[in-house]
Design a protein around this ligand. Sequence first.
Ligand SMILES: Nc1ncnc2c1ncn2[C@@H]1O[C@H](COP(=O)(O)OP(=O)(O)O)[C@@H](O)[C@H]1O
Ligand SMILES: [Mg+2]
Length: 230
Amino acid sequence: MISPDKQTYLIEADSLFYQYGDKDLAQLVLKGATLDLRSGEFVILAGPSGSGKSTLLSLIGALRQCQEGNLSIVGYDVKGANEEIMRTVRKNIGYVFQQHNLLGFLTAVQNVEMTLQMFPEYSREMRRDLSAEILEKVGLGRHLDYFPSQLSVGQKQRVAIARSLVHRPKLILADEPTASLDSKTGIQVTEILHDMVKTLGCGALVVTHDNRIFSYADRILHIEDGVVKI
Ligand SMILES: Nc1ncnc2c1ncn2[C@@H]1O[C@H](COP(=O)(O)OP(=O)(O)O)[C@@H](O)[C@H]1O
Ligand SMILES: [Mg+2]
């Protein structure tokens, strides 16, 4: 067990403000959101629809530029960061969306291999092996060559999780990963994410309203109207 003071900060977000549009159309969505997360932590972010959860996650995932406040992700200061730094940060993150977004014309293993295209250091053979290995971990070792249309919705979400974890990210960001799943499958998917955090020592920030999975969290953060209440 790593002692808390030795754990590294994966997210340090301080007073983040974010607005969509400008002038008459401006909508201020984040109003001083502050949170942190360390390696080994499985943290849930809950809050009503429209409270800014997806916006906050997209800033943390380096998918959007931070406007106001300070934001450090996996040790990189991303405020005003150039595209190269943003790309480096993204390489350290595994993003899971509510919809699996798998490519229908690729098999399960090919979908997972897509992530590794970002890493030219992996040979084609290594890409295949790592992808097969992670699919096995999420219980789909026998479904490598299945197309998404041949998989259940829960299996597709597990492929999406494998795709987001195959490069062993330091930080997992999941935006309502169980929203399209039935209760049993939702818990299965949460257990996989939780298990990855605890065995690989990465961290996860999981957005959900699904109170059946709250018990997996080390901490639960609530966001309301763009502010995180601890
Ligand atoms: N791309 C966008 N352009 C303009 N407004 C947006 C955009 N995305 C989200 N919003 C608005 O920002 C607010 C917060 O949205 P979001 O971060 O998606 O909240 P949540 O994920 O908590 O439901 C909502 O009012 C939403 O309509
Ligand atoms: Mg959302």
